[in-house]
Design a protein around this ligand. Structure first.
Ligand code: GDP
Ligand code: MG
Length: 452
């Protein structure tokens, strides 16, 4: 992942407290690889990195963050800005019905999305009508009917109520004209006062002129308020050419990214946003109706970067610690000199940021520590605090001196069992070791000092 690779390049960075050209280049090289790994298109990566370098050069020096962290922060801000710069919600027509047309390749998730959108709209007290204009594939109409039923939404199909079996003879459905069905669907919505019409269309496996012509025909007949281009995030580098073909052939007002539950890093989001200029409006994360949400640029940015929510952690840390405190603490952590007194102070500072589990969960790589984290709760921390308060300043400064008789005294003084004190002291030594090595990996200022 990027954080692992950054850790490698961080070892070479020396804490100058400001961003040098070499620092910026080193980090940008890693960011570039991370973007390519996330399937961002090469030209998009190039122009993006150029902008980052410009911004980084003019960046103010941060006392709390090292140069690499500063560049990463800029990259993240820039990514979020691009992905969400013009984030907008569906614009509803002044005169209902609002028409939403779905376009995209076969299998991209249009029909599934139709159901998700219908449910989402119903939850907001809209009355959506689903219109089945995919007459290409046997079974497409009944798929929409099933999806519509699950969403509790009405479906308008060429032969309402008819179950359309697969096979060669699809009950004359293939003879119907999708453009006519679309037109009739809009009329139905007006007659029966549905306030939104969702038009499901046919897709092909690849770009196809006939398909584009049909989609354009449906567009002209329905005059959609929104045309959503549905894009499978797993499609990778093909995202750009596919999006361009649909932009030229049909045109669209927004993008829906699907199959984000897969392992795609989602670089398609950045590519499509950059190349078409159209906002990503929704994200689909599974086959069920509920696996759907409005698009969150910040989540997508950290997914593309592969850094967990490291940045929000940095931001929170910046808010809570003053810079000098952070430097001091980091130096002690990095060099393994942390005392129980520091530990207590840090713990109090960290607790100001919210429940400890949430916080630790934001660290990249923390997934592997999940079980350990699950065991940490705030009550336990209260006890830890009580135990440390029961120690003398000398004991806090040099925990190695805490022998058996001292442990007994501390336990009695703080109202816990000796085994609790033992556990705390043991864990402290473990944590000190782990934090020192983690600080080294993440390039905290203290770790650099310790290495020098
Ligand atoms: P269409 O051809 O564009 O209408 O695509 P469909 O809606 O029929 O979806 C194709 C397949 O992808 C179906 O098996 C869906 O269940 C599945 N699918 C759609 N969206 C998602 C998603 O977000 N995640 C996952 N895992 N599967 C999805
Ligand atoms: Mg479909």
């Amino acid at each position: 992942s990027l954080s692992d690779r950054l850790a490698g390049s961080l070892k070479d960075l020396r804490g100058k407290g400001r961003l040098s050209g070499a620092d910026i280049d080193a980090v940008c090289r890693e960011i570039r690889l991370a973007l390519l790994e996330a399937d961002v298109a090469l030209p998009v990566v190039r122009s993006f990195i150029t902008r980052i370098k410009e911004r980084a050069k003019g960046a103010e020096v941060s006392a709390a963050l090292n140069p690499a962290q500063q560049v990463v922060k800029i990259v993240n801000e820039e990514l979020v800005g691009i992905l969400g710069g013009e984030t907008r919600r569906i614009e509803f027509a002044k005169n209902p019905p609002t028409v939403i047309m779905l376009a995209g390749l076969q299998g991209s998730g249009k029909t599934t999305l139709a159901g998700k959108l219908a449910k989402w709209l119903k939850d907001q007290n809209h009355t959506p009508l689903l219109v089945a204009c995919d007459l290409q594939r046997p079974g497409a109409v009944s798929q929409l009917q099933i999806v519509g039923e699950r969403a509790g939404a009405t479906v308008y199909a060429p032969h309402p109520g008819t179950s359309i079996g697969g096979g060669d003879n699809a009950l004359g459905i293939t003879a119907a004209d999708p453009v006519e069905v679309a037109r009739a669907g809009i009329a139905e919505a007006k007659n029966k006062h549905f306030d939104v019409v969702i038009v499901d269309t046919a897709g092909r496996l690849g770009i196809d002129e006939e398909l584009m012509a049909q989609a354009a025909g449906i567009r002209d007949a329905t005059q959609p308020d929104e045309t959503l281009f549905v894009l499978d995030a797993m499609i990778g580098q093909d995202a750009v050419s596919t999006a361009q073909a649909f932009q030229d052939g049909v045109g669209f007002t927004g993008v829906v990214l699907t199959k984000l539950d897969g392992d795609a890093r989602g670089g398609a989001a950045l590519s499509v946003r950059e190349v078409t200029g159209r906002p990503i409006m929704f994200a689909s994360t599974g086959e069920k109706l509920e696996d759907f949400d409005v698009f969150h640029p910040d989540r997508m940015a950290s997914r593309i970067l592969g850094m967990g929510d490291l940045l929000s952690l940095i931001e929170q840390a910046e808010n809570v610690f003053d810079a000098q405190q952070a430097e001091d603490a980091a130096a002690k952590i990095g060099s393994g000199q942390l005392t129980l007194e520091d530990f207590l102070e840090q713990m109090m500072a960290i607790r100001k940021m919210g429940p400890i589990g949430n916080l630790l969960g934001m660290l990249p790589g923390a997934a592997g520590m999940k079980d350990a984290l699950a065991a940490v709760d705030d009550k336990q921390l209260d006890r830890v605090q009580a135990i440390i308060r029961g120690m003398t300043p000398a004991e806090r400064a040099d925990p190695k001196m805490i022998n058996a008789s001292r442990r007994l005294r501390i336990a009695n003084g703080s109202g816990v069992k000796v085994s609790d004190v033992n556990q705390l002291v043991d864990r402290f030594f473990e944590a000190r070791k782990m934090m020192a090595s983690m600080a080294g990996r993440m390039g905290m200022p203290g770790a650099r000092k310790a290495n020098q």
